[in-house]
Design a binder for this molecule. Sequence first.
Ligand code: ZN
Length: 301
Amino acid sequence: MKKGLLAGFIILALGIFGVWWLEGGKTASAPSASAAPKDKLEVAVSGYVPYTLAKQIGGDRVRLHMLVPPGAEPHSFEPTPGSIISVSEADLFIYISPRVEPWTRDILQGLSGVNALEAGPSFPEQDPHIWMTPYGALEMAKRIANALTRADPGGKRYYKENLKQFEEEIKELHAAFRDGFSDCQSRDVVHVGHLAFGNLAQTYGLRLQSLTGTSHQSEHSVHKLAQLVRYIRKHGVPAVFTEETLSPDLAATVARETKVRVLPLYTVEEVSKKDFDAGITYGEYMRRNLHNLREGLKCRP
Ligand SMILES: [Zn+2]
């Protein structure tokens, strides 16, 4: 009798444990769920690039707090009191660089003792969007993996394994980009957006024309827009590319003038609410970019 009762308790306990375990597994995929276990590493991230990389490497062991909300522009973002609280309460704060996100300077100057990782380029480059090439993103992911391991040594093997998987994806992405433009009608990427695809164009042998400089704040002029229209006509460019947060009517104007098709490119630093909710990954964004570039440049398989 006593034994049976004990067995019953054990079964009940196992059952409860099982439910808890299942729920833990479920909530782990939703970083903001409040029911998630409390022992997760709390990581504040500036925007979507560190968000998606930290999610891929940190997986179930991290809970992410993204400062720039979906749909917002990452370069000229202004931190709210909430952003500052998120950073001050986090175990780790990951951002790209003050050149890409000037507003991170204000946050870090105002707080002391923050465990912060600058995951972006540490040397001045013409185009600081280094994640726009697969190997540039891998470099950032490695820094993120190191910082997560320092903050949570118990997860060392887990982070290492996730990084290894990400590296495999990066190799495939790079090969797809490398081989993707071997037979195209055009190599001219006319981008009605800010200079975010400079590294990608340089790495894969494309010619890039951008409307503005490396941030959204840089001036775009009617003069520059007219220049793009002339360029498209002169070189018989088959498409014009847009970016999500920069006024789509600018691209529409160029397309109307030149009668070419319009296709979007994704900077990853900007994420729509829809893509954010769907949990789009870095690799998925880059495959969309490759697909649209190949469509727009009329590349053959
Ligand atoms: Zn940018």
